[in-house]
Design a protein around this ligand. Structure first.
Ligand SMILES: *Cc1c(COP(=O)(O)O)cnc(C)c1O
Length: 248
């Protein structure tokens, strides 16, 4: 699809990453804001691509399926990468995710918060038993649906009205750190309006915990709008890695 010759992958990734980084710096300059952290979303792409990206200075990677993420994190254990879990998460996967993930960006219900808190406790016990260092608290971003008609839109996310309750639940759970908010802009709406709504939800979350300043917003197609709105973390996949391969 890319037409890149064999052996051209490092150059391909390097060129695309440089383009994305210059878009981020131009958008930040235009918004007169500091640059958000870039999370490169490597889902569906092989661990070898993640290794190349790490060599190009990428420190944060995003994945949306536990099985795939766990395998890549294990294969790349020698690198000091921060793994961010960004996909819809079933509670029964929580124990696996907390073994490798620095953060979960898709916390959208109380039952998942409970499961993540228990999973971190189990993981600390496991690490203690193995004589390893404890893991840091799990950074939790509350994911909201930004559908303009105020209903869940199938792309995941809690309703904005549930923000304070969810935030209090995370803040009151040992092993979890309330990091902020996350959203995917709806397909049929303006990303500017959607991200403005997310910043209002962020204010409600910060009223519960003023340190929960994270705003995870912005993908390949709408990173400029996210930066303008005040995103602190961008989740960029295809503009760095190229079109995603079909999943088998
Ligand atoms: C895949 C994915 C991204 C990256 O999307 P691109 O359009 O490829 O940049 C960001 N966020 C979430 C939640 C995703 O699932």
């Amino acid at each position: 699809m890319s037409g890149a010759p064999e052996g051209g992958r490092p150059e391909d990734l390097s060129r695309r990453l440089a383009q994305v980084r210059s878009r981020i710096s131009a958008a930040s300059h235009a918004a007169n804001s500091s640059e958000p952290r870039l999370i490169v979303v490597t889902k569906y792409f092989p661990a070898s691509d993640v290794r190349i990206l790490a060599g190009l200075g990428v420190s944060d990677v995003g994945e949306n399926r536990d099985q795939e993420a766990a395998a890549k994190a294990a294969e790349l254990e020698d690198l000091s990468l921060a793994w961010h879990f960004i996909g819809q998460l079933q509670s029964n996967k929580a124990r696996s995710v907390v073994r490798y993930a620095r953060s979960v960006h898709s916390v959208d219900r109380v039952s998942l918060v409970t499961a993540l808190g228990k999973a971190v406790a189990v993981e600390q016990e496991r690490r203690g038993g193995a004589g390893s260092e404890p893991r840091p608290d799990l950074d939790c971003y509350l994911q909201f649906s930004l559908d303009p008609d105020g209903t869940a839109d199938g792309r995941g996310g809690a309703l904005p009205a549930d923000a304070a309750g969810l935030a209090e639940k995370v803040a009151g759970t040992a092993g979890l750190r309330l990091a902020g908010v996350m959203a995917v802009a709806p397909v049929d709406a303006s990303p500017d309006e959607a991200f403005a709504r997310l910043l209002m939800i962020s204010a409600a979350v910060r009223a519960v915990d003023p340190s929960a300043t994270g705003v995870s917003a912005g993908m390949s197609g709408d990173l400029e709008a996210a930066v303008a709105a005040g995103a602190t973390h961008l989740r960029i996949g295809s503009d760095v890695l190229g079109p995603r391969p079909a999943v088998g």
